[in-house]
Design a binder for this molecule. Structure first.
Ligand code: HEC
Ligand code: HEC
Length: 206
């Protein structure tokens, strides 16, 4: 190839390659900054299955469904269990040995899984009262429409009835205190009947 044409060809290749290299660098940088690996999380999630079910779709009502929960909330709960701000005799040992990276990867994995409907059959009257109570109490100001959750505020839609009721009682009694006061003040305004009604409403939201 004559010298001139070779130089031109090289310049052309250079021009075509530069944006590709740049795009790759941007992607790599974004991944490094985000630092959450869904596939690594899938492997690390093997011991969680025994309680939280396949892909975080637990079938035991007192074990929360993790599938489709927000990654930020999952990560913060794991840290809270690890550092004793939230306590549960079954869950504590599984959070204890996690590194920060493990918690990030697990959170990313469970957040990326599809939540499945549970077998729970809500009582229509209780669910209707629960919906009214939720509107009155402005729950969705924080939990968003249909309790889908956002960042550090959990998705509650379609969660197990028994688990929801237990958490609201725990907030109310001060057994669970890792909520920066957000749920403590709300739950103190709720009667036992409200808690039951809200459980029927929320567990049936899917
Ligand atoms: C022996 C059973 C068991 C195992 C195994 C287990 N958990 Fe849990 N987990 C629980 C129970 C029970 C709770 C709810 C405790 C409560 O009522 O506050 C829970 C709660 C959680 C929560 C809080 C969810 C929410 O909605 O607030 C997260 C996150 C979590 N577990 C993640 C994990 C991860 C990740 C693993 C595996 C590394 C794991 N769990 C293994 C029993 C278990
Ligand atoms: C001011 C904001 C705010 C309002 C209003 C609010 N919540 Fe929450 N809720 C939160 C936050 C934040 C958390 C998570 C606390 C934590 O980090 O442990 C939470 C947690 C919960 C949980 C536990 C979820 C889990 O997976 O463990 C339930 C159930 C719940 N809220 C139901 C309700 C209901 C029902 C209402 C209305 C009656 C309500 N919330 C109103 C902020 C709010």
């Amino acid at each position: 190839m004559p010298e001139g044409r070779r130089a031109a060809a090289l310049r052309l290749t250079g021009r075509a390659v530069a944006p590709l290299v740049l795009a790759t660098l941007v992607i790599v940088a974004a991944q490094a900054a985000w630092g959450q690996d869904v596939e690594a999380g899938r492997e690390k999630a093997a011991p969680c299955q025994a309680c939280h079910g396949p892909n975080g779709n637990s079938t035991v009502p007192l074990f929360p469904i993790l599938a489709g929960q927000t990654a930020r909330y999952l990560y913060l709960q794991l840290r809270d269990y690890q550092e004793g701000r939230r306590q549960d005799p079954l869950m504590d040992p599984f959070a204890a040995s996690l590194s920060r990276q493990d918690a990030l990867d697990l959170a990313a994995f469970f957040a990326a899984q599809k939540p499945l409907a549970t077998a729970f059959n809500p009582d229509p009257q209780k669910a209707a009262r629960g919906e009214k109570k939720a509107a009155e109490t402005l729950c969705t100001m924080c939990h968003l429409k249909q309790f889908m959750g956002q960042n550090e505020i959990p998705r509650v839609a379609g969660q197990h009835y028994e688990y929801i009721v237990k958490q609201m009682r725990d907030f109310k009694s001060g057994t669970r205190t890792n909520d920066a006061g957000n749920m403590a003040s709300v739950s103190k305004t709720l009667s036992e009947e409200d808690v039951d009604d809200l459980g029927h409403y929320l567990a049936g939201l899917y």
